[in-house]
Design a binder for this molecule. Structure first.
Ligand code: BES
Ligand code: ZN
Length: 619
């Protein structure tokens, strides 16, 4: 008998701090300590999922995924197991193959509903039959028109931070780790790929089988379905993309193998066997998403000159920081992203040298100053360790975790010396592989393994628990950026200047040059620069984005820039770009222009971008 009743809303502080969960592995008992969790209803200390078998059909006509999620569970003599679920249509639930009772709790706008399933202390598996709905936030269903090739529809998922529960009922906390296998049925013209062992060609019947044998956190389960093909870069790296993009992607990411080698030389073996990238349609809401074995990437990274590939280094670095050693809660998000930016920049340095690495670091350094300025009335938001109680984890997903996290680690590296720091990091990844880490555990670890043995005093707590930037921060500099600033000054002081002086500039120098236009700059100055460099028609997405931002700031309308901005915002759904431009409209009292464009573009955005912009524009 199935009973659906409303249960009282309870705060999801349900993982008891340092409560223990005993899991038996052969003759040895292992104790897992779960940290306090704000964003999941699961109670893993009572019963926790260990393996997922997913069996689903992807129906493009109705835009529905339906099927069954079967979990093998670790049952600590529990009478129930609680999953997270949001906007899912639960059809029926079984325990060890027999129908069982379940309750769906009250809806919380951010967290969804606890799905409480009745089990007995002997229950070993549970199966949830379900369907996604048209509110399912993780999924974006694209029409052929919204793809590169314009002939077939496309679907992709985005799980981080708490969206996996909107397409699979699951214990959706980063502290949970599961292995999975899946059977996915798609229209036979399309191919399905997941964050798992993947096919390299289409099957005849549209049925695909997947296996992820390393335990991963639920936010890393991912699926993409489209008319895509595969092209190998090396034995263990390669790209998936639509036909019209595959060669471009292959060219752009030709250094993937070198990146993996550099990363392994720095911090130990790549533990996931395969490292592929799928280039998604332009509405993908992030630059990249580190889904294990298969990074999801925006096509805006394909510049034609390999100039934006630090993004690939970044997602690759997450194979260690994030996927192997995972932030225990979203309050510890900086442990994922700060380490990853540090690692990304080290990979870039290993491949392309210090100049390029420092330019990337300085772009982030400026982002950090801007972010701190934007939080000047909420200084608590500039702390590395967050307090997201009652908030969506998205609130913490800003430059602080990335760029303050980076600056902290770089300062630490410069204080203890690179050799010691590298040895420490290598050991850190090895010791914590396939487990989760809290900020507090990290502080303990660093004291015991880096600072005390080397007799170094360091203001770790100030960096992590205080707002702003401590005064011992590493100073980053770049001659190339200093030169770009000089060129800008000369240009503005009206000296006639030879535009060929910029002929060897890389994307990063252009970005720096444009982002440093002074407040005093006039629309005539903008026109002069545009005439010399045609920036309004830049094809590099990063250069275009920062130029558009300045055009909005400086009220510049020449050289078709308005139309280009509108086209860009309609085509591209990458949240960072879209948000930057809509913010510029808003900050310059151009809300009407923003709304006029948003009316045309919103339908192309994934829910994470749309909800950010809705909030920004007060909708
Ligand atoms: N894991 C993030 C993306 C993310 C963060 C998704 C939080 C959902 C919630 C990814 O690794 C990332 O940081 N992407 C950046 C890339 C950049 C820093 C090179 C992006 O999308 O811009
Ligand atoms: Zn990242």
């Amino acid at each position: 008998m199935i009973k659906i009743k409303k249960v009282a809303l309870f705060t999801p502080l349900l993982f008891v701090l340092f409560s223990s969960c005993k899991t038996e592995s052969k003759d040895q008992k292992q104790v897992v300590n779960y940290a306090e969790e704000l964003h999941s209803y699961a109670q893993p200390n009572k019963s926790v999922i260990k393996h997922l078998n997913l069996d689903i059909t992807v129906n493009f006509e109705d835009q529905v995924i339906d099927g069954v999620a079967t979990y093998t569970i670790d049952n600590n003599k529990a009478s129930e197991i609680i999953l997270d679920s949001k906007f899912l249509d639960i059809v029926k639930v079984e325990a060890d193959g027999k129908i069982t009772e379940y309750e769906l709790g009250e809806v919380n706008e951010q967290l969804g509903q606890p799905l409480t399933i009745h089990i007995t202390e002997d229950t070993k598996t549970i199966s949830v039959y379900y369907k996604t709905t048209n509110k399912t936030e993780a999924l974006q269903w694209l029409s052929p028109q919204q793809t590169a090739d314009k002939t077939h529809p496309f679907l992709f998922t985005q799980g981080q931070a708490i969206l996996t529960r909107t397409w699979i009922p699951i214990q959706d906390s980063p502290q949970i780790r599961i292995t999975y296998d899946a059977t996915v049925r798609v229209p036979k013209e399309l191919m399905a790929v997941m964050s798992a062992e993947n096919p390299k060609t289409k099957t005849a019947d549209g049925v695909y089988s997947f296996k992820m044998e390393q335990p991963i956190s639920p936010y890393l389960i991912a699926l993409a379905v489209g008319d895509i093909e595969y092209k190998a870069v090396s034995e263990r790296t390669g790209v998936y993309a639509e036909k019209s993009m595959i060669d471009k992607a292959h060219y752009e990411f030709s250094d993937m193998e070198k990146m993996v080698v550099a990363a392994e030389n720095l911090y130990g073996d790549y533990d996931w066997d395969q490292f592929d990238v799928i280039v998604l349609p332009p509405s993908f809401p992030f630059g990249g998403m580190e889904n294990p074995r298969l990074t999801f990437a925006t096509p805006t990274v394909i510049a034609g000159d390999r100039s934006l590939t630090s993004l690939i280094a970044h997602e690759l670095a997450h194979s260690w920081s994030g996927n192997l050693v995972t932030n225990a809660t979203w309050n510890d998000f900086w442990l994922n992203e700060g380490f990853t930016v540090y690692f990304e920049i080290r990979i870039m340095e290993a491949l392309y040298g210090k100049d390029r690495a420092n330019m990337i670091a300085l772009i982030g350094r400026q982002d950090l100053d801007d972010e701190i300025e934007s939080f000047k009335n909420e200084p608590n938001r500039t702390k590395l360790k967050l307090d997201l109680k009652g908030k969506n984890p998205d609130d913490g997903m800003n430059s602080i975790a990335y760029d303050k996290g980076y600056l902290f680690l770089r300062t630490l590296e410069e204080t203890v010396g690179r050799d010691k720091f590298d040895a420490f990091l290598k050991d850190y990844f090895k010791t914590h592989a396939f487990s989760t880490i809290t900020t507090e555990k990290f502080i303990d670890y660093i004291n015991t393994n880096l600072l005390e043995p080397n007799k170094v005093t360091f203001n770790t707590e100030e960096w992590i628990y205080q707002p702003g930037i401590p005064s011992n921060q590493a100073i980053i500099s770049s001659d190339k950026f200093a030169n770009a600033e000089k060129v800008l000054k000369q240009f503005l002081s009206n000296d006639t200047i030879d535009a060929s002086i910029t002929k060897d500039w890389t994307t990063l120098e252009w970005v720096h040059f444009i982002r440093n236009f002074p407040d005093t700059m006039t629309t005539e100055d903008m026109a002069r620069i545009d005439k010399a460099f045609d920036l309004s028609n830049a094809t590099n997405s990063h250069i275009a984005m920062v130029w558009y931002e300045q055009a909005i700031n400086k009220d510049y309308h020449g050289n078709n820039v308005d139309q280009n901005i509108e086209d860009f915002l309609i085509r591209v759904g990458r949240r960072w770009y879209v948000n930057t431009l809509f913010k510029a409209f808003k900050n310059n009292d151009k809300i009407d222009e923003a709304l006029a464009i948003y009316e045309k573009s919103r339908g192309n955005y994934h829910s994470v971008t749309a909800s950010t912009i809705d909030e920004l524009l007060g909708l």
